[in-house]
Design a protein around this ligand. Sequence first.
Ligand code: ADP
Ligand code: MG
Length: 427
Amino acid sequence: MSFKSLGLSEPLLRAISKKGYEIPSPIQAKAIPPVLEGKDVLASAQTGTGKTAGFTLPLLHLLSENPKDKYRPIRALILTPTRELAAQVYANVKEYSEFLNIKSAVVFGGVNQKPQVATIRQGIDVLVATPGRLLDLEGQGALSLKRVEIFVLDEADRMLDMGFLRDIERVMKLMPDKRQNLMFSATFSKEIKKLAYTILNNPVQVEATPENTAVEVIEQKVHRVAKGKKTGLIIKLISEGNWKQVLVFTRTKHGANNLCKKMIGAGITAAAIHGNKSQGARTKALAGFKTGSVRVLVATDIAARGLDIPLLPHVVNFELPNISEDYVHRIGRTGRAGASGEAISLVSADETSYLRSIEKLIDMRIDVEIIEGFEPDPNASTEPIKQGQNRSQGRGRNSSSNSRSSGNTRTTNRNKSGNRRRSDNRS
Ligand code: ADP
Ligand code: MG
């Protein structure tokens, strides 16, 4: 994905590369196309994800592509809650419009209004403003919003927190009814949706959740288990938990096929998707999984990568990936922010070092639970087992951490269901 493929004009691409951006951030990739199509857009993504460029770039594109009035009425209004933000957004507008014939200005309170008024008098295309000063200047007849074509409400959640709702409503009455509206917010509360309903017309809704944030909201659990008991354990979890839709990851194609056969043998409908399956077989398996006729989809990392799998209540790592980042991709398939979702990993002794690296990457310890009857093998080696698909070959590299971990002591306590629960003492 490049900025060019989003359809932005040459002068904007030049400004973007001058700024040093190489690829659009996820929210930019999602928000820019519908804005360019002239649609109303509601976009939400965490702070620091590049929302400013998400509306500024397509806004500048639209203004510069359309014929302009030589007197430059204000054609775009960007409302922000604070002076600092107004100044920041204005700085961005200036940078991105460097190679365009577009003029802009910023107005906010707490400073002398005279220079602001003088700049506006000369004619500007884009105005960045905080609500209070904007309404002041409009009331004095220093500016008019009657020709605004695009209205942007930036940091909408903070606007509401700061009590700007009435001011926003006042500003909206000063603009023509027919205009494009964009609303950007870091969060997506009920209040934001309500506000969006009053401001936006048939909006396209886009959101981007960074993966490392997703990690925090997913319930994660590790079951320490003997390697040979994994299949029995996963069948028990699925049947006793009455799970209807489970995505299971294995490290190898062979492992995926094997597990799939055993599931079917246990009366659980399952299908495997991996690189050796034809596109037709994969599509069929996925379709069955989506409609519910296939309860378990067993996949390898690479096969799952490009798939449009909906967010699921259960993701199981039958084996941990040896590439820690793959763990984050895998569990990102389960429910987020509010929706319940859990990611369970079945971890045998030889996967100990993988678990450590994953916990290091996500910067958290995953709760360990041992299920009665499926205990780990105390005599098993913690040395990683070489597998066909292993991408890291370095046995020696891991050996020092393994010898340390083989000296683990375990403490026993009880969990809610009365099962014996042991947690590793991994310090
Ligand atoms: P938000 O409004 O989502 O909090 P900003 O628009 O302020 O985020 O952007 C946060 C930072 O990311 C800024 O320093 C900005 O210059 C930078 N940034 C934005 N888009 C990109 C990109 N595509 N590539 C690299 N950095 C970017
Ligand atoms: Mg912002």
